[in-house]
Design a protein around this ligand. Structure first.
Ligand code: HEC
Length: 164
């Protein structure tokens, strides 16, 4: 697809394709060789990578629970039709077009939504990263931070941190 938005972060550091190569490197302990910086001035995607209705309409792949990422936030994870089945089967890397969205709430019942974070795998096999408010309004953020943490903790599972 040539109409794809520019990935928010497009250097090899952010790349999750070549799952085999990445995994092989992890096994040999030389993944550090892949580490580089992201664009100094990453472009924000102009629109949300997902519809706000994803919170209710997409398949829930992880039920409401406390987030280990940020204190005080409870989360659910939902996935689109491309990602849901392989996600639930833990088949990594996830296919191109996959969208995985973490819905954040400020209460333990996940009833009051406060925001979203999202990952979408572009046609180039790169994960795009996004943070939005509760209504899917795109917020400024540094994708290198997202990548850094997901890479450190979750590279063996295609940068996905909440395995079923
Ligand atoms: C400090 C580490 C850290 C940072 C920084 C971080 N994440 Fe995560 N992320 C996690 C962890 C851990 C999970 C597992 C769910 C949880 O406990 O919140 C997760 C889960 C997710 C998920 C659900 C799918 C999955 O991978 O399991 C998405 C989507 C996501 N993060 C997007 C983002 C985006 C976008 C950013 C940057 C704005 C970001 N993350 C920054 C650690 C991090």
């Amino acid at each position: 697809m040539t109409t794809e938005r520019r990935p928010a972060c497009s250097l090899p550091d952010c790349r999750s394709i070549a799952g085999f190569a990445v995994r092989a490197l992890v096994v040999t302990g030389s993944v550090g060789g892949l580490v580089g910086g992201c664009d100094a001035a990453p472009a924000l995607a102009p629109a949300a990578l997902f519809p706000v209705a994803a919170a209710t309409d997409w398949q829930e792949v992880r039920s409401c629970r406390f987030s280990v990422e940020h204190d005080g936030v409870h989360i659910r994870v939902v996935a689109d039709a491309v990602a849901a089945t392989p996600y639930l089967a833990a088949q990594y890397p996830l296919p191109v077009g996959s969208r995985v969205v973490k819905v954040e709430y400020d209460d333990a019942k996940c009833s009051h939504r406060v925001g979203f974070t999202a990952m979408r795998k572009s046609s180039a096999g790169l994960w795009e990263w996004q943070r939005t408010d509760a209504n899917a309004g795109v917020q400024a953020m540094d994708p290198a931070r997202c990548v850094g943490c997901h890479k450190a903790a979750c590279v063996a599972t295609d940068f996905v941190c909440t395995h079923p």
